[in-house]
Design a protein around this ligand. Structure first.
Ligand SMILES: [Zn+2]
Ligand SMILES: [Zn+2]
Length: 342
């Protein structure tokens, strides 16, 4: 029902693509990260919660139709519906059904309820297309409250040492989780412009997310004292960060679960927090679909597909252009060179 083309995942019967990477006529978008939602398509269909960020990132002129979770649309007899993927606000798995056959395209997903995204729901399918960003057994996540407590402890320790705390997090997804869950009684929290802009677009659209102050150049030393600053990876090693000195640099990412990542990315400390499923999460999500066939897209796709075959699930690696622009996934590319044994 779906084929894998050089433009993206294609449904010929329904005449649409899912998260295409080349300009086409009709695109169904799983979520607003830039490796899945690209410029140049004629028509976009996305979940209604993706709309504010899609318009912020792709422009207000895009031709965008939105839909809620669980509602069926039809395209030339093909039934299409969106189901929560738990990855970021508005993220969806796309279910496609035609003449009794069901495929589900996961996009990116995680199983833990982050308190912001609509939680992941397993959908039964015959064929499941999964990501495998953290598809190695070394990736195992702790509950997010444990990580938020680690961050709070680090922040307070920095305050005792008269340092600011700079937390590096992806501006769409990770930053919203931090803003929502960090303890504001500890001190002031400020955002880099990129983080602020994303958060404010969600606030303006009426989501139940907290507002955050953007760091402004006219702020005083007193405002800054003991503050925590949330910034994207692109701010590291730039003059923009210098004003916060002395500071400790913390990195929020699934990749810091592996030794060496923190040092390689010039950070002082790592907090293992990801918007992607860990190894067990991927496996339990796949089993819950009861799919007899799995296609594995971005991540450790070859090795993960091989493992699925070994445990009796027919699986195949698919080459896509996902994971190239999303910051967290892109960092993983470095690590593909050092894949440990399963
Ligand atoms: Zn994503
Ligand atoms: Zn992705």
């Amino acid at each position: 029902m779906l084929t894998f083309t050089d433009k993206g995942i294609f449904c010929a019967q329904g005449d649409f693509y899912i998260d295409p990477w080349k300009p086409i006529k009709r695109a169904i978008i799983t979520h607003a990260h830039s490796d899945h939602a690209r410029l140049g398509h004629q028509f976009y269909l996305a979940h209604e919660h993706s709309a504010p960020i899609l318009r912020l990132r792709l422009g207000h002129h895009i031709h965008l139709q939105t839909v809620e979770y669980g509602k069926s649309l039809y395209s030339n007899g093909v039934e299409v519906s969106f189901h929560p993927a738990g990855h970021i606000i508005g993220s969806a798995q796309i279910r496609i059904a035609y003449k009794g056959e069901v495929w589900v395209v996961s996009g990116d997903y995680k199983l833990e309820n982050d308190g912001i995204s609509t939680p992941f729901e397993p959908i039964k399918s015959h064929t499941f297309i999964t990501e495998s960003t953290f598809g190695l057994p070394i990736y195992h996540w702790q509950k997010q409250d444990i990580i938020f407590n680690q961050i709070a402890t680090w922040w307070q320790k920095n305050q005792q040492n008269n340092k600011q705390s700079v937390l590096i997090a992806y501006s769409l997804g990770k930053a919203q989780r931090l803003i929502q869950h960090l303890d504001t009684s500890i001190g002031n929290i400020f955002a880099h412009g990129a983080v602020y802009q994303t958060q404010q677009a969600l606030v303006d659209a009426g989501f139940a997310v907290k507002t955050i102050h953007k760091w402004e150049n006219n702020f005083t030393k007193n405002d800054l004292k003991g503050a925590l600053i949330i910034a994207p990876q692109s701010a590291v090693n730039t003059p923009w960060l210098k004003r916060f000195e002395p500071y400790s640099l913390g990195l929020c990412s699934g990749w810091v679960a592996v030794r060496g990542t923190v040092r390689r990315r010039n950070a002082d400390v790592g907090f293992v927090l990801s918007d992607h499923a860990d190894w067990e999460g991927l496996l339990s999500a796949i089993k819950a679909t009861e799919a007899s066939r799995v296609f594995v897209t971005h991540g450790f796709s070859a090795i993960f597909a091989q493992y699925l075959n070994e445990i009796g699930i027919q699986a195949e690696e698919i080459k896509t252009e996902f994971g190239q622009e999303e910051e967290e996934e892109a960092n993983g590319k470095l690590e593909n060179k050092q894949i440990p044994e399963l």
